[in-house]
Design a protein around this ligand. Structure first.
Ligand SMILES: [Zn+2]
Ligand SMILES: [Zn+2]
Length: 360
């Protein structure tokens, strides 16, 4: 079968690799769709905590149909349409016992969405592999991974109905945070330099948009929309130290800033001491997801209240992946990678699913 493998920074190849066979507790997933995102762009450029060694598979937002199930897998059968998360916590370590599964000391990552088939290890089958809820199709389901990260971010702050929520960055995660903040009754203000993203933001519940200059003018613009105070909740969804600093400046006294966008390791940012002490601004961060957020994300996608499909980007084949991640197919980091011969239309039948294959 064919799969993408990263041989080192900047060296992504599509190769023929052995067909996987499921062992006890394992399943083989036939990938229907895998989404690329900014994390993949970063992974190719400079690596990522989930990449243990090279060559490494790639692709962490994916869904598919079960091709085969190993001995001992009782609750699933071949043909089931499923969403599979890119990790599973151990459930037993210090952090898992405290309910902080995203900090699991033995978090098991699974990469390999960019390929025709994928062997899913026993722990992920047991913890983080889900039958698709009724009404959710396979091409949209991979969004459950980033949406679960956004739900985790929302869970860490308190949004009061009618209050402003500034979202710095209007990429796909910024737009998800915007939609979730609006769902919670907040009034999202999306701050981004690109007009087309700001136009999308209105479809995801933004009450206001600000054409970002990525400087003090952005802070002034948020204050102008919040009676000079700043926003009670701010999300940073860019992942740069300079935008982290702007996000901290945008919070009102007593506000909370979720520094959600991951910066390059080893970087630092500067916080004026009075923001934390005299202004009582709370700074926090959230990383990754946990099983409970994945369940919520799948339900939210199935409900279809927001135009989630707009976040999936254009469909491409595996052979176009390297060009897509290098920015040669446009600035958008989000593409839907559909391997040839991928499972196609899937419909729920009596709580189970049937699928048909697309022509190779
Ligand atoms: Zn991602
Ligand atoms: Zn753990």
């Amino acid at each position: 079968m064919r799969a993408a493998r990263l041989h080192g920074p900047g060296d992504l190849r599509i190769e023929t690799v052995p067909e996987p066979t499921p062992g006890p507790g394992e399943v083989v997933l036939s990938i229907a769709a895998a989404l690329s995102c900014a994390t993949d762009v970063k992974s190719v450029r400079r690596g990522h905590p989930s990449i243990a060694s090279y060559p490494s598979p790639l692709g962490h937002e994916f869904a598919g149909v079960l091709e085969a199930v190993g001995p001992g897998v009782e609750h699933l059968r071949p043909g089931d349409a499923t969403f599979c998360a890119n990790s599973a916590p151990c459930g037993e370590c210090f952090q898992c016992r405290r309910g902080r599964e995203s900090l699991c000391e033995d978090l098991l990552y699974l990469l390999g969405g960019f390929g025709e088939r994928l062997l899913v290890p026993e722990r992920i089958v047991r913890t983080n592999l889900f039958l698709l809820p009724r009404g959710l199709d396979l091409r949209l389901a991979p969004l459950a991974e980033p949406l679960a990260c956004a739900l985790h971010a929302l869970d860490a702050v308190e949004i009061s109905p009618g209050e402003a929520v500034a979202v710095v960055g209007g990429g796909s995660l910024g737009l998800m945070l915007c939609a979730l903040a609006a769902t919670a009754g907040g009034l999202p203000i999306v701050v981004d330099p690109h007009d087309e993203r700001l136009a999308h933001a209105l479809g995801f519940g933004a009450a206001e948009t600000i054409r970002a200059e990525r400087g003090p003018a952005d802070v002034a613009a948020v204050k102008a929309l919040t009676a000079g105070r700043g926003a009670p909740v701010v999300f940073e969804a860019v992942g740069r130290p300079d935008t982290w600093e702007l996000a901290v400046a945008m919070a009102c006294p007593g506000g909370t800033v979720n520094l959600f966008g991951g910066c390059v390791r080893g970087t630092t940012f500067v916080v004026p001491t009075e923001r934390v002490h005299y202004d009582e601004v709370t700074l926090l961060g959230t990383y990754h997801h946990a099983p409970r957020y994945l369940v919520q994300a799948l339900e939210l996608l199935a409900q279809g209240r927001w135009p989630w499909r707009e976040l999936c980007g254009p469909a491409i084949g595996l052979d176009e992946l390297a060009d897509a991640l290098a920015g040669r197919l446009g600035r958008h980091p989000k593409f839907t990678v559909v391997p040839s011969g991928a499972p196609g239309n899937v419909a729920n039948v009596g709580g189970r699913t049937t699928s048909t294959r697309t022509a190779p």
